[in-house]
Design a protein around this ligand. Structure first.
Ligand SMILES: [Zn+2]
Length: 467
């Protein structure tokens, strides 16, 4: 039997500043080594000051994953030397003296499978190593400390996953959840990283480090299971070790023997006292938690009669569900959900396109109003949407500029109808006894008007003409 456990590192990307200093949490917008200060560089005499907002955001994550939240938290120094770690230790959390990390035992359902959470830690991210040079001989390693000290939450699971598919489902649920909580933007490069431990047939546990994306995490676990099964079938012993994910070759490579917690010489971070978390603050955080994805989905189905599949897609994406929440009314909710999930999601399907998109809630409301009042057809609405996403122009302007308005002028429409009647005399005869044929004639009229004939008016006029 396969057992997989995960350690997921998630950056709290929506925070203003780093975990222990006032440098920006959004390190991505800086030139190399410009987002640094004596605190995150660990210069002598500097002292860390804990970012309160980071504690709150991490607590919200713990609550959303049904973890216990202790009333007192502590920080520890994890000592090791590595070029990306200017202090030679990382300030992190551990449950050495009882539950003192930001989240205790919890769980989350992945389909019917319960995945247990061991704990959640709040810690600082190290800097970033940049490799330059074309061959291993000329390779230069550069260090960028802009990221050093940015707030990170580590979510540790029990080895409850039985296969890579469950891992992938869990990660999808988790990244939607974090985005929905407003604590992180998982689509940012490097915002979510993971380590995995894999064992088969009750054998030794192998840890895979340095997996930079969720996509690679699935690949890395599949590779590692296959590697271990191959050793097992040949009666070769699987050794307990740490392996490194090589994302170029898509394989795991042995990097060092597994370190134990003892090797890191953890000790209490003396520069940060034990911190008591006021139960009143915890209560307040709980009461202000954003509505969960599953409850949103339920509400969309029950309140607006939106089909389950559409409700599921809409509720799990914060960008779109936020847009839906501010644009819908009781009467147009279903239509808006439809436009978002069938047309808009296809048009705005990447992070960059979302950032560039000019669509607002008012556009969506205008669009559905115009469809419902027969001003434009669904087909024209789709064309208008494309233009709006690109330019942000008002719907009325787009309709007139692209001539998308429905033909609702009776005499104009009648002329077209009479033309179709004269061209389709056989179908007109048939339509008198077979109502299905009327649809065929409507189709012909739509063709002539490029889909812009007001459908209701067309049908009324056509029926009158046929008699
Ligand atoms: Zn700093």
């Amino acid at each position: 039997m396969t057992k997989i456990g995960l350690e997921i590192h998630c950056q709290l990307t929506n925070l203003e500043s780093k975990l222990f200093c006032s440098c920006k949490a959004n390190y991505r917008e800086f030139e190399i080594n410009e987002n640094i200060c004596p605190i995150c560089m660990g210069l002598p005499g500097s002292l860390p000051r804990l970012n309160q907002e980071a504690v709150k955001k991490a607590t919200i994550i713990a609550m959303a994953l049904n973890c216990t939240t202790p009333d007192k938290i502590a920080f520890f120094r994890k000592n090791y030397f590595y070029p990306d770690l200017p202090k030679n230790f990382q300030i992190t959390q551990l449950n050495i003296y009882g539950d003192s990390s930001i989240g205790g035992v919890g769980s989350i359902m992945v389909g019917d499978k319960k995945i247990r959470i061991t704990r959640i830690q709040l810690e600082e991210d190290p800097g970033r190593l940049i490799y330059e040079g074309s061959s291993s001989k000329n390779l230069i390693t550069l260090v960028d400390y802009n990221r050093a000290g940015t707030p990170l939450v580590e979510i540790v699971t029990e080895p409850d996953f039985e296969n890579p598919k469950q891992v992938r489902e869990f990660l999808n649920i988790l990244s939607d959840l974090l985005e929905n909580l407003g604590v992180s933007d998982p689509s940012l490069e490097g915002a979510m990283r993971a380590d995995a431990n894999v064992s088969i047939e009750g054998g030794k546990k192998v840890e895979i480090k340095n997996i930079g994306s969720f996509h690679d995490l699935e690949k890395a676990t599949i590779f590692e299971i296959t590697r271990q099964e191959s050793l097992h079938s040949r009666d070769i012993e699987i050794i307990q070790e740490t392996r490194h994910w090589d994302d170029k070759r898509k394989i795991t490579v042995s990097s060092r023997s597994k370190e134990e917690d003892l090797d890191y010489r953890y000790f209490l971070e003396g520069d940060i006292p034990w911190i008591r978390i006021d139960p009143e603050i915890q209560k307040e955080l709980k009461s202000k938690m954003p509505e969960s994805i599953s409850s949103k989905k339920e509400r969309y189905i029950l309140q607006f009669n939106i089909p389950a599949q559409v409700a599921s897609v809409l509720s799990s994406d914060k960008f779109y569900s936020d847009l839906f929440e501010i644009s819908h009314t009781e009467s147009n909710a279903k239509e808006i959900a439809n436009i978002i999930t069938t047309d808009l999601m296809g048009l705005v399907d990447t992070r960059e396109k979302r950032e560039d998109s000019k669509i607002t809630a008012i556009h969506l409301k205008d669009l559905t109003d115009s469809i419902q009042s027969g001003k434009i057809s669904r087909n024209s609405a789709k064309n208008a949407l494309y233009e709006i996403v690109k330019t942000g122009k008002d719907l009325s302007q787009v309709i007139s500029e692209l001539d998308l308005g429905n033909v609702s002028d009776e005499s104009e429409l009648l002329e077209i109808i009479q033309k179709v009647i004269s061209e389709e005399s056989q179908a007109v005869e048939e339509a008198k006894s077979n109502p299905q044929t009327i649809n065929y004639l409507v189709g012909k009229i739509m063709q002539k008007t490029k889909g812009k004939a007001d459908p209701k008016l067309t049908l009324d006029l056509l029926k009158k003409q046929i008699g």
